[in-house]
Design a protein. Structure first.
Length: 83
């Protein structure tokens, strides 16, 4: 598991092969499955979250690493992040 839990992003088919996901599908498939599991009848109501200007600024400064595919700071394994 440590080999898989390295912070990498896996393609869907590879994640399926590795047993990291149960199945592949679309957003609509996931929504339908969640509605079924939640026993929601009819069309489920989807609430989207719009980040504030402050959150967008912070993401643009510190969230850049997520768009580049790696962490901004890599800590040694087992290191606690100060609160």
């Amino acid at each position: 598991m440590r080999k898989l839990a390295s912070g990498r992003t896996w393609m869907g088919s590879k994640a399926l092969d590795l047993g990291l996901v149960d199945e592949l599908g679309t957003y609509e498939d996931a929504l339908a499955a969640a509605a079924e599991l939640g026993e929601i009848e009819g069309d489920p109501r989807v609430v989207t979250y719009e980040p504030s200007e402050w959150e967008e600024l912070v993401d643009s400064l510190y969230g850049l690493s997520s768009r580049l595919g790696g962490p901004a700071v890599r800590l040694p394994q087992g290191t606690a992040v100060p609160k």
